[in-house]
Design a protein around this ligand. Structure first.
Ligand code: SF4
Length: 671
């Protein structure tokens, strides 16, 4: 059979046609869908799907007994799950529970997970990995333009004259968007790159600004100041469409080119050239975690919106802001309210009017206090305040900072449910493991980085006794006495489309052939947002002064560690590391060290080193390369053998509560 579905890896959301016999994938054909991947795929979508057939898939519910697990029936598993959560809620209160949802799962799964937390267990302690990647995008873009999502479309990339990529290694992390950018550059368009590392896009850039990690806000403010000084700003757009411009001017005047250069380490002439090129062109800004994973992550995102509004580079074809989402469904999981401070459709939990809509629909009172964020849940568990966690499709031991504390937190819990497709590092600590469908067995929807809601369809028979995530959550709610009458994910989507304004009127038949970009009205999508007015009415300039990152070099920790992903691997490797082809290409962890630093430390390629931060230490192998500038060390975070999040910086942005994973002071020693 041939089934059209969506790649389960990154947020680009490439369409694929899977040829299978129901038990095995026989071939993957890239769809010719021109809006996204147009007959192409990256290696992960093309060769990385056989993890779904792995013999290591979980097949039966497992209950911890002593140091191991025993197999149990679903009936027992659901009873145990519900009884334990209920007992803990009754004994310690609802906020003794925490729920972690998943950007790998469908919109329907995520909607039900947050509904379970809020309606059934009366807590806003529900979050997912957007907290560690794009929470600052949500806060930064909502406060400036009113909507925390990409303003344009993947197709519209072709209509820009210039791309400004800051803090995104696009060809490795969003390869099909990276390829589209490169194709356009080959046909004469321009690229400005801001990234401390030399990445593939460096070879295609007109300007590459290698700023010090954590100085993005100073760089963006300096560009804005130069644009104003040179009279290149769009006065008409600012007058008609924005507010708070005078306050913005007061802040950015501090950032003349020389000051900007001193803070960022970038030549002032280069900053000036970049500012002029950006202002004079129809430009799209692309960014990812290089912008968001900072203690000033929200302010970095606001600075990007400021720059786009300053030049009128938003709300029309070939312009805009493009936050690139890491997981296939980070956008959708956020839209569905799998966030501790937002109900579905980005209604704040403390907004009485918004909350009332769900209270009426779900026939219950809902908590109004924002819940604990992803990482806060582990701290609360360590303090004994959270007693049970229910984690769906995530592996925080590898993906989140301070992983030794997470392990300690798991040991202190009275009950830990992990719902997943494999026995992950996290699942090893579970009291109860619930085996679920992978995307290969699921029906539902994912929403990609450009807000496109797309159908996911099954092409393999479910292994063993696995169940769909939406179904498992529904069984627990029913066991708790709630009349959840969903018989399929389609039933869940009917409820979503009636309650989430961005998804208004969506149903499976209207996205059967092609997805649509939200906001949707009667199944008509929106390719370019903010054309006549911003979602919040007037766009608001939100200026901020740059502050030093929470970690900086000292005599004891003289290097800055920064982290990221590799082309061949994904997130914590639970999927990609089960693909022999992907694993063959990138099997080992490593740390990139600049040749001058390597010489100073007397290191040779492949030497074993110990990297030590205030938060922990690990060992890994050295890769000597000028990809990283002197003083900077880079490590990918996919590998449990050298789990870099054991040593990363857990300090958070106070608004978005995202950890500053991009800047950690470290020292390096030989093993
Ligand atoms: Fe999958 Fe992203 Fe690669 Fe497309 S670019 S094939 S969505 S991993």
């Amino acid at each position: 059979m041939e089934v059209k579905t969506v790649c389960p890896y990154c947020g680009v959301g490439c369409n694929i046609i899977v040829v299978s016999d129901g038990n095995r994938v026989l071939n993957i054909i890239p769809s010719k869908y021109e809006a996204i991947n147009y007959g192409t795929l990256c290696i992960k979508g093309w060769k990385g799907l056989n993890y779904t057939e792995s013999k290591k898939r979980l097949k039966k519910p497992l209950l911890k007994k002593g140091d191991g697990f025993i197999e149990i029936s679903w009936k027992e598993a659901i009873k145990i799950a519900a009884n334990n959560l209920k007992e803990i809620m009754e004994r310690y209160g609802p906020d003794a529970l925490g729920f972690q949802s998943s950007a790998k799962c469908t919109n329907e799964d995520n909607y039900l997970m947050q509904k379970l937390a809020r309606q059934v267990f009366k807590t806003n302690n529900i979050d997912h990995c957007a907290r560690s990647c794009h929470a600052s995008t949500i806060e930064g873009l909502i406060s400036t333009i009113g909507s925390g999502a990409m303003t344009t479309s993947i197709r519209d990339i072709d209509n820009a004259e210039l791309y400004f990529v800051i803090g995104s290694n696009t060809t490795e992390q969003h390869p099909i968007i990276g390829a589209r950018i490169i194709n356009n550059i080959i046909s004469g368009k321009k690229l400005i790159l801001a990234d401390p590392r030399k990445i593939q896009l460096s070879n295609f850039s007109s300007i590459h600004m290698r700023h010090y990690p954590g100085t993005d806000l100073a760089l963006l403010n300096t560009m804005a100041n130069i644009i104003v000084e040179k009279g290149l700003y769009n006065k008409k757009f600012i007058e008609e469409r924005t507010e708070n411009f005078e306050e913005f001017l007061k802040v950015i005047e501090f950032y003349d080119a020389d000051r900007g250069a001193r803070i960022t380490g970038v030549d002032p002439d280069l900053i000036e050239k970049a500012a002029i090129m950006y202002a004079k062109s129809r430009s799209i800004i692309f960014y990812a975690m290089g912008i968001t994973q900072h203690t000033q992550g929200t302010e970095n995102v606001q600075a990007i919106a400021n720059l786009a509004m300053l030049t009128g580079n938003i709300g029309k074809s070939g312009t805009g802001i493009a936050p690139l989402r890491g997981h296939n469904n980070v956008q959708g999981a956020s839209d569905m309210g799998a966030l501790s401070d937002f109900l579905p459709g980005y209604r704040r939990v403390y907004d009485d009017q918004g909350r009332r809509i769900f209270e009426e629909a779900w026939k219950t009172d809902l908590p109004s206090k924002p819940g604990a964020a992803l990482n806060e849940m582990f701290h609360l568990a360590l303090e004994g305040k959270i007693k049970a966690l229910y984690i769906m499709g995530e592996n925080p031991i590898i993906s989140e900072p301070e992983n030794e504390k997470i392990i300690e937190a798991f040991k202190r819990l009275e009950f830990l449910i992990v719902q997943d497709i494999f026995m992950s590092e996290t699942a090893e600590y579970a009291s109860l493991v619930l085996p679920s469908y992978s995307f290969a067995e699921k029906i539902g929807t994912f929403t990609n980085t450009e807000r496109r809601i797309q159908m996911v369809r099954p092409f393999l028979n479910p292994p063993g006794e696995t169940r769909a995530d939406w179904e498992i959550i529904t069984m627990i709610a029913r066991e708790m006495g709630y009349e959840w009458n969903y018989n399929s994910p389609e039933d869940v989507m009917i409820e979503i489309s009636s309650l989430v304004p961005q998804y208004k009127g969506i149903n499976y038949s209207c996205i059967e052939n092609e997805g649509v970009q939200w906001p949707v009205n009667d199944c008509k999508g929106t390719e370019i947002m903010h054309t006549e007015r911003f979602t919040r009415g007037k766009g608001r300039f939100m200026p901020a002064y740059w502050k030093r990152p929470s970690e900086f070099t000292t005599d004891e920790y003289p290097y800055i560690l920064t982290t990221g992903r590799l082309y061949y691997q994904f997130h914590t490797g639970t999927m990609t590391r089960k693909s022999n082809i992907l694993e063959r290409e990138a099997p080992f962890p490593f740390a990139e060290v600049n040749p001058e630093d390597a010489k100073y430390l007397s290191l040779r390629d492949d030497d074993c080193i110990r990297i030590i931060s205030k938060f922990g230490e690990l060992t890994t192998r050295v890769r000597i390369t000028d990809v990283v500038p002197k003083g900077i060390v880079f490590m990918p975070f996919h590998y449990h053998e050298s789990p870099v999040n054991r040593i990363t910086n857990p300090n958070i942005d106070p608004v978005a509560r995202i950890p500053e994973l991009k800047v950690t002071a470290v020292r390096i020693e030989r093993c």
